[in-house]
Design a protein around this ligand. Structure first.
Ligand code: ZN
Length: 75
């Protein structure tokens, strides 16, 4: 069982998805456990709720950084 490795040595997380410059989703290469950076910068278990929040953050982040990045805001 690969999970034994995790209980002995801890999880080996690699970034599975970039959400924003501060928030990533990670997956353990051994057992597949998924975590994410939460709002306070700690790693939390990637629940469906957090995944939903990340999707929203990613959408806002990409929108902010792809559209109008070089334009002045016009009121
Ligand atoms: Zn693991």
């Amino acid at each position: 069982m690969k999970k034994v490795l995790c209980s002995l040595f801890g999880h080996h997380f690699t970034i599975s998805k970039r959400v924003t410059s501060h928030i990533n989703e990670y997956a353990c290469v051994h057992c597949g456990k998924q975590v994410t950076t939460d709002v306070s910068g700690n790693l939390s278990l990637l629940t469906p709720e957090l995944r939903e929040i990340n999707n929203t953050l990613e959408y806002i982040y990409q929108k902010k950084h792809t559209v109008g990045a070089h334009q002045q805001q016009v009121a």
